[in-house]
Design a protein around this ligand. Structure first.
Ligand code: G3P
Ligand code: MG
Length: 246
């Protein structure tokens, strides 16, 4: 089994539901709630700059519109990524990856960098996000854990920066070929929708030598159950509810 420097809890999308997702305000919530690690989603601007956003479009989580892949750095700088959640977050920027890296390092937050490519940009995003991660965390003892639902992006990340740890994100259905895929990726972990996990599956993945992480767990009793089964980490939106599991 690989060494595992990460804590049990990762704040999902920065601050879960307590702040606008994938923003600096979210990372601040993670610090405020004594989290040791955050998960966030990284994609590329039109020019290939890495920035944080979950969706393929800007509409849900900012005052912008249209395709995330078509926005330039200048377009992104003009956006408000906070007002959609609450007026007190008005003016919150769409953050660039480098800003978030600086904040994480300054506050001792470990990171799970989810590579979230826009359609058709999987390999390019995997390569550029992995290269940016290696450079931004060059002097860090603990490197970010890279993950993606996109096997193409993860393979590109593996080729670009083989030394960065990788986790494969899965959603339903549970893949029969999980062991071959993890081996091919030289991954350290499997990140599963929590609803797919059974005690037997957790034990099988761990017996094969991989860590198991579960997303997105907002119920304390379920979090405790997954921990009992041997799950190594959880992504949660409920930063305030999960304090007993820190
Ligand atoms: O990385 C865990 C989780 O963030 C995956 O789902 O859609 O919230 O990015 P999503
Ligand atoms: Mg994510």
């Amino acid at each position: 089994m690989h060494t595992w420097p990460y804590p049990f809890l990762f704040a999902h999308r920065g601050g879960g539901t307590l702040a606008p997702e994938n923003t600096l305000a979210g990372m601040a919530e993670a610090v405020k709630h004594h989290f040791g690690a955050v998960e966030f989603d990284v994609k590329l601007s039109k020019e290939g700059q890495c920035y944080l956003l979950h969706d393929d479009t800007l509409d849900r989580t900012s005052n912008g519109h249209g395709l995330a892949a078509e926005k330039t750095v200048l377009d992104l700088l003009a956006l408000d990524a906070g007002s959609w959640l609450a007026p007190r977050f008005a003016g919150e920027p769409v953050p660039f990856f480098s800003t978030i890296a600086t904040y994480c390092k300054a506050h001792g937050l470990l990171a799970n960098v989810e590579i979230k490519p826009c359609p058709g940009r999987d390999a390019e995003t995997g390569t550029l996000v992995a290269n940016a991660t290696a450079s931004l965390w060059a002097n860090a003892t603990v490197k970010p854990l890279m993950s993606s639902f996109s096997l193409t992006a993860l393979k590109a990340a593996q080729q670009a920066q083989p030394a960065l740890p990788r986790g494969w994100l899965i959603e339903a259905p549970w893949p029969d070929n999980w062991q071959d895929t993890l081996q091919d990726l030289q991954a350290v972990s499997l990140h599963s929708d929590e609803a797919l996990l059974t005690e037997a599956r957790v034990h099988a993945v761990k017996a094969a030598g991989y860590r198991v992480l579960a997303y997105t767990v907002n119920d304390v009793a379920r979090a405790e159950e997954l921990k009992r089964w041997g799950v190594d980490g959880l992504f949660t939106d409920a930063l305030d509810q999960m304090q007993s599991l820190l």
